[in-house]
Design a protein around this ligand. Structure first.
Ligand code: PAF
Length: 275
């Protein structure tokens, strides 16, 4: 992969990479389409990264429909699919890990210790193997975008991180590979998450800038949906992940809930035209 990527770079082509864990859906399609528009070469990586799953998480049962993914990517016209085996990325002698620091310990990181260390370690390796000028990530995994940008800044990586808006089902639920785990009843309740954050974002647009009140509004709305268990709701700065004294456009309202054993996350950028 690296030899091919270096050859493309030497030929003057800019490379866009879309890192994925496969089980591709419309959200990934929009990442690939954006990469296709902005680069001469597009590489999609398909790798279910064991290092970012906790011991009680779904690594073993995470969907791996590779033949379908390949057909989908061929139809989208990518230049390469990089689908390494686990021991190619993590051979027995592999020892080094990225330590993402304190931003990895809040929000998602609080419930998923070690998750972002695993993400940043594999992302750093995938960047080195694919030599991208630009890398494309979904805004749905907002904290992941913040931490990948931190990785790029801290290590001086020559990659621009592009965050692509979340793609939603018509009822508002953010499209995610893990939605496949929802049973029909849970699937019906799941859009409540989007409705709650949209209502809070409208509150912000209507002049409410107290982050605590915006969070309370979201919490109340979610509490009206039986079966949804709130993990966190937070209005945060999009770089420091700390709560601002007053919410301003560009701050992010992020939410995580559990529906049975299934964890759903979503977020909205306050003041953004597209809600
Ligand atoms: O967002 C994902 O699918 C994964 O966290 C990523 C970025 C591919 C790293 O394994």
């Amino acid at each position: 992969m690296q030899e091919q990527a270096v050859a493309w770079r030497h030929a003057g082509d800019e490379i866009g990479v879309v890192p994925t864990m496969g089980a591709l859906h419309a959200g990934h399609d929009s990442l690939v389409a954006r990469a296709r528009r902005e680069n001469q070469r597009v590489i999609v990586t398909v790798f279910v990264n064991p290092a970012q799953f906790g011991p009680n998480e779904d690594f073993a049962r995470y969907p791996r429909p590779f033949d379908q993914d390949r057909a989908r990517l061929e139809a989208l016209g990518v230049d390469a699919i990089f689908h390494p085996a686990v021991d190619q990325i993590y051979p027995p002698a592999f020892k080094t890990r990225v330590d993402p620091g304190p931003l990895a310990e809040v929000l998602e990181g609080k419930s998923r210790p070690g998750h972002f260390a695993g993400v940043l370690t594999v992302v750093l390796k995938l960047f080195n193997l694919t030599q991208p000028k630009r890398a494309y990530f979904g805004q749905k995994d907002f904290q992941q975008v913040v931490l990948v940008r931190q990785l790029v800044r801290d290590f001086g990586l020559p990659v621009r991180i592009v965050a692509v808006p979340t793609v939603r089902h018509t009822d508002g639920l953010a499209i995610s590979s893990r939605n496949a785990y929802l049973d029909p009843g849970q699937r019906q309740l799941a859009p409540a998450v989007h409705h709650a954050i949209t209502e809070a974002a409208h509150g912000f647009a209507g002049g409410e800038t107290d982050p605590v009140r915006l969070e309370a509004l979201t919490r109340e709305r979610l509490a009206a949906t039986p079966g949804l268990v709130l993990d966190y709701v937070a209005v945060v700065d999009d770089t420091t992940l700390s709560r601002p004294a007053h919410a301003i456009p560009g701050n992010v309202l992020a939410v995580a809930v559990k529906l049975g054993s299934i964890r759903l996350i979503d977020n909205v950028v306050l003041g953004a035209e597209r809600l």
